[in-house]
Design a protein around this ligand. Structure first.
Ligand code: PAF
Length: 290
């Protein structure tokens, strides 16, 4: 696997692959790769013939209270695992390459509404940072497909919207969340949890599964007030377990607006603080399906 830092070298490698009639797959990451990331790379390998992975810890998606300085970094281990999986090219841009006009003067890509909800409200500017860096990476790599995890459900929904609105000729592929046996979604942030918190953390997904069951069994629950109490009960249960819930919300898959009577394709999105980690998770629910 080749490693490059400069856009010129990246483009030369991608162009050579294109000349060989290879399709280009792309997996953007911030490094500290775990099994969830590796699953994205495996998916890219199945769907494309030349796979580019980027590692860039993007400062603009971190808020004032987020711990950018201490974001875990394991570059040698990451490169080794990517090479083992057969990734073709690792792109490791410097900050100046991604933000040539400086962090404060860079053109910003902003996806309104869907980007302002939930995590967008909790972490202002977070998604502007994500869409800005991803759009720049897309222009640099120019892939045919790009692979993202469904764990960051709002992120992938926003990226799909950006791709549609800005007419990127890129297919966005979502990959199911990789979980521990207990159901905890793998995340670099799990590293902030101590042993006791790690045992508690999987209750987030368990509680979402219980909510999904209620929705499936009693679709009539979808009225504004009934949803409010379903969400409220889940928050109260999680608080008892030691979480500080930020939001738990039943919304529709298409635009992430709160679910209404008649909506069938739903997703429950959740974010909750546990110790030093802000955990997010989700579960899709399709009403009328067994
Ligand atoms: O999901 C992530 O790791 C990041 O948000 C991404 C997509 C690599 C952009 O920095």
């Amino acid at each position: 696997m080749n490693q490059v830092q400069r856009v010129r070298s990246l483009r030369a490698a991608v162009q050579a692959a294109r000349k060989d009639k290879k399709t280009i797959g792309f997996v953007p990451t911030m490094g500290n790769l775990h099994e969830g990331h590796l699953e994205l790379v495996r998916t890219a390998k199945r769907r494309a013939e030349f796979v580019v992975v980027s590692i860039f810890v993007n400062p603009t998606q971190f808020g004032k209270n987020d711990d950018l300085e201490n974001y875990p970094s394991t570059p040698e281990e990451d490169a080794r695992r990517l090479a083992e999986l057969g990734a073709d090219l690792l792109f490791l841009p410097e900050q100046e390459t991604m933000y040539p006009s400086g962090l404060d003067e860079q053109t910003v890509v902003y996806v309104p509404k869907i980007g302002d909800l939930y995590c967008g409200k909790d972490r202002p500017a977070h998604f502007h940072g994500v869409t800005t860096v991803v759009s720049r990476l897309f222009n640099m790599v120019q892939p045919d497909i790009a692979v993202f995890g469904n764990k960051d459900y709002q992120q992938i929904s926003i990226i799909r919207r950006m791709v549609e609105d800005l007419a990127y000729p890129i297919q966005i592929v979502g990959v199911d969340t990789v979980r521990t046996d207990e159901g905890l979604a793998l995340s670099s942030r799990n590293g902030y949890l101590d042993a006791k918190e790690l045992r508690v953390a999987s209750s987030l997904q368990q509680r979402l599964r219980e909510m999904a069951e209620v929705l499936k069994q009693e679709p009539a629950v979808i009225s504004k007030s009934a949803l409010k109490s379903l969400e409220g009960d889940a928050k109260a249960d999680l608080k008892k377990k030691g979480f500080k819930p930020h939001y738990i919300t039943v919304c529709r898959q298409s635009d992430l607006k709160p679910a209404k009577k008649g909506d069938q394709k739903l997703v429950i999105l959740a974010a909750a603080q546990l110790g030093k980690a802000r955990l997010i998770d989700n579960i899709e629910v399709v009403l009328g399906e067994p």
